[in-house]
Ligand binder design. Structure first.
Ligand SMILES: Cc1cc2nc3c(=O)[nH]c(=O)nc-3n(C[C@H](O)[C@H](O)[C@H](O)COP(=O)(O)OP(=O)(O)OC[C@H]3O[C@@H](n4cnc5c(N)ncnc54)[C@H](O)[C@@H]3O)c2cc1C
Length: 211
């Protein structure tokens, strides 16, 4: 019921509502509870708005234009490496994963018992969207803490995201799993530390707590 309204007109309205209020984007875009990002991703993913049009808009903060560059980067990677969605980009990457259906199901349902992970997964199920920081934390938890296959995580995101973009979904999953073109493949995400930094008061976790 709460899915965003589709179309170019709705996308432009969202842009006009957000742009004047975007001055603190650089400082606060990682603030999980603050929810300060544009939420323009569905409009970009579905072609209702173009990234070039946004990048040329003088109201938008430079930090956001940099995010648009990441989007473009992953599209370019997919063009050069069409197997990105199901094949490790990094040849010889440690692409061997455990199989634990029970743990995978708990992750999908937002029932791992880790508050920050479950909050993100429940936001995904409820809104068809998840904050970027929560995507990093939940993806990192699946691949680094549980040791499960990033492709299963990407498939679950793909089934629920209203902003699904195969290049950006797979590219970001591979970045998190260390199989992509990140220069630091062994990057880890400590979910406790991430929760402390980006949800210090626990407001995001409380918002999405199991009712
Ligand atoms: C595991 C994982 C999966 C993801 N899957 C998708 C996906 O399927 N579709 C998708 O559009 N984005 C995806 N992202 C990137 C990012 O999470 C979303 O683009 C962002 O959360 C959308 O919210 P927003 O529009 O409010 O972002 P804003 O912060 O307002 O950013 C503006 C725009 O920049 C682009 N952008 C922002 N962050 C990123 C990023 N890290 N990588 C690439 N582009 C970015 C998006 O087009 C976004 O709409 C994924 C990230 C991760 C970690």
């Amino acid at each position: 019921a709460d899915l965003p309204r589709g179309g170019e007109r709705a996308g432009l309205a969202r842009l006009d509502a957000w742009a004047p209020d975007s001055g603190d984007y650089a400082e606060r875009h990682d603030d999980l509870a603050g929810d300060r990002t544009s939420r323009l991703s569905p409009y970009l993913a579905l072609g209702c708005l173009s990234a070039r049009e946004l990048a040329a808009d003088p109201r938008l903060p430079e930090a956001m234009v940099r995010q648009l560059c990441w989007r473009d980067f992953h599209l370019q990677v997919l063009a050069a490496f069409p197997d990105l969605v199901d094949t490790a980009y990094r040849r010889g990457a440690d692409d061997v994963w455990d199989a634990d259906l029970t743990a995978l199901e708990a992750w999908r349902a937002g029932a791992t018992g880790i508050g920050i992970v479950d909050a993100g997964m429940r936001q995904l199920l409820a809104e068809g969207w998840m904050h970027n920081r929560a995507r990093l934390i939940t993806a990192g938890y699946l691949v680094k803490a549980l040791g499960l296959d990033w492709r299963d995580g990407a498939a679950h995101f793909a089934a629920h995201l209203v902003d699904l973009d195969e290049a950006n979904n797979a590219g970001n999953w591979q970045w998190t799993a260390g199989t992509g073109n990140d220069t630091r493949p062994n990057r880890g995400f400590n979910h406790e530390r991430q929760a402390g930094r980006f949800d210090p008061e626990g407001a995001y976790r409380r918002r999405w707590a199991r009712s």
